[in-house]
Design a protein around this ligand. Sequence first.
Ligand code: SF4
Length: 441
Amino acid sequence: MILRAVERDDMYVLTVSIRGVEHTLTGPVSSMGRRSIGQSLLVLLRTEQGLPAHNEWGTMVGVRPTKLLHKYIDQYGSLEDATRHIGDEFSVSLEKLDILSRIGQYQRPFLESHSNKDISLYCGIPFCETRCVYCSFPYGLYQEYHRQSEFIAALLDDIDDVRQICESYNLHTNTLYMGGGTPTILNNEDFHHVLTGLSTLIPKGHEFTVEAGRPDSITTEKIQSMQACHVNRISINPQTMDDTILRRIGRGHSAQDIDDMYQYVKKHTDFAVNMDFIAGLPGQNIKHMVHNMDYICHNLPENVTIHTLAIKRGSPLYDLNMQHDVPDESIVKHMVQYAQERLEQAGYVPYYLYRQQYMRGQLENIGYTLPGQACEYNIQIMEERQTIMSMGPGGSSKWIKAPAFRQKKQHMPKDVDVYTDTLKALLAKRHALCKSFWEVV
Ligand code: SF4
């Protein structure tokens, strides 16, 4: 509890009470002074909770450490100086600075020399068939939603509206990402209609990704639709290759289903494939991560993303009190390090990184890629240097212009009924934002 926060003799003085004991923290009146007090407070709180005093990310709390790195590269002129400033200001460990710097270097060419007419697009399908225990998404299960056809009709209108905007302003779509939820939850016919609409927004051969996260939602017809609509990347997300853990986390498929789908896709398509894994699932230990990485290093999908479990408020994992089964911070850290070592030995390089609240061990999520196979959308969405327009409920459009990269935003309602019922007004607002962005010189 904060007792007092005052400024005295050019010093900030913060007095806090932790479990009835008073602590006074001081620092010079400056942003460095504020950060130094924050660092001391963090050490106190971690020690009180029986955790190691220093977290590897120091006092850095934002979701996008690499976005700050790019800002500092612009400000200080080099990757080395930018990395050093982050280390000094936030007490980030050398290990995290190293990965941050390598990712920044990899990303830099993707972020330079964009015209304001270069954009990325996102289309969100906010439904799944079952709910994973760690998920706090606010949407419903598709089979229980009774206005499916109205939702699809609204989404097709939304997509067509973006097509008109792209034509009016002569925009160039670099990447398109269809995410969720689980986009492949739609029936074969609806999936085909939506994909056909989306395919009008992006030239053939440009990066077009579909998150086909759960193998139990994918059919051969949907794969054929993706091929016909020139999709070139998909995500098949095991999270773990252990059946017992898959059942515990609420996935409706087995590890064998994942492998069957992966082998089918590799045999019949030329899609680049991403696979997501989570470190820190209930009941998981290092042997499970060894097994996961054995699978990956044998099959070598183009991209792999290693997430750290985040126990979010509103998720069944939080509410069901399954937290005692979640491995200790030190074990999760070991898993994350192990995955990184195995992936790098196998030829993968880290290419994007983000953090979330409530992550086990306050670690991070890292996307790895085989050389030349990175998913550019993942870079653009995290680094926020390119305009991204969003279709579907819950998406955020951000209009972003160099060199300041300030943003104008529009958030679509998360409630699917509200989205469907108010779409006309939402599209009118989007048109006004586009006009003010692309018509004002
Ligand atoms: S598949 Fe993704 S969106 Fe769906 S319940 Fe699981 S974590 Fe949530």
